[in-house]
Ligand binder design. Sequence first.
Ligand code: NDP
Ligand code: MG
Length: 406
Amino acid sequence: MSVKSITILGATGSIGQSTIDVIKRHPDRFKVHALSGYSRMPELAKAAVDTNANCVVVPSDDAACAFRQAWSSSLPMPEIRVGEQALVATAAENDGEIVMAAIVGIAGLPSVFAAVNAGKRVLLANKESLVAAGSLLMSAVVQHGANLLPIDSEHNAIFQCMPPCSKTLNAIGKAGVKRLVLTASGGPFRRYPLEKLASVTPQQACAHPNWDMGRKISVDSATMLNKGLEVIEAHWLFSMGADEIDVLIHPQSIVHSMVQYTDGSVLAQLGNPDMRTPIAHALGYPERIVAGVDFLDLAAHGKLEFEAVQHERYPCLGLAYAALKDGQGACIALNAANEIAVEAFLQGAIGYLDISRVVEQTLQWQQRTDNSPVNSLADVLALNEAARTFAANCRQTTGSQITGTT
Ligand code: NDP
Ligand code: MG
């Protein structure tokens, strides 16, 4: 068995750290080529020591300086690469055979494209890139023969439940597939009084009942904008229409998603809520490898519950379905507005309910102003910037007073 080299983009984050945990269990299979970090240099230095990485990518000279200061090991320091171009070049270079794309947000888009265009096995955690550029990205996967494997637990589950007609996602058939069912925990506010939602804090919103994740995706899970991004992600990964993708609340997060077939069969993938399972699945695919995850004890759980989504509690989910039906421009606006609004909420600048208001206003702006087709990565990034600017203006007027002006 040859040892595969891996580049982990977003190595300091929740997915990055889980990836390192799995890789370290398999020194006979994997070695780390490169790691990227953004603000957490001590964590990046520790990860580089742990994995004996050849190089690290950081955003600025200041970050490089902080990395050097954080290096306390007697091991030789890895090569330090600086800036966005270095990130893109590292994602594409031959030394990393597998690329884990685990940067959060639209910032991950150029490096995802670089890895796909280089024809790599790309383990895609960065769902925002599929939301903002699904059509372009899936075309690039086919054109460059990349092997795109989903890390998002729902999509990894669906991938596992799809017909075994192909070894690669881009060639997967959907013969007999009727619907996809994405499960959702409902987040921390599933039973929270609706009239109190306006005053929930970032800390409450980030306290996910089942998953330990980064702050942005934790807030997205509370609003269920995350599930909306996942509906769009599923649309592109599995070529299913918005009306063929359902969302079902499942508070225990044990059933990670399901595929319904025309003969009435429903296949589901189950497991404890631990991202090391989908990460190990994609790292080892098509083989199964140890993930370090506790095995599921269904008797201990006793019962699994399911319920319909209360849409008035989660307006962001409906906005995401609407954006998917509207087209790529709307999906870009949805994602951009959400990134701005979540950041503002985490900083205490706007309230929880303002997140959906900013997103809705930005979608309306996009419908009013933008009819231009999105044909290139540059088009995606330009519309993303314009939508971010609108959303940032939007969020400066708080609560129900929000009115966009650009
Ligand atoms: P985290 O916030 O924990 O980590 C984000 C990573 O991205 C960190 O390494 C961070 O660096 C880096 N980063 C942040 N901003 C930038 C930037 N502008 N440029 C370059 N790098 C940047 O997020 P998660 O690990 O939770 O999520 C990562 C991705 O995976 C997201 O797209 C998320 O939706 C997806 N995902 C996550 C799941 C989870 O369980 N966590 C589940 C399914 C999908 P630093 O920390 O050094 O600042
Ligand atoms: Mg998910």
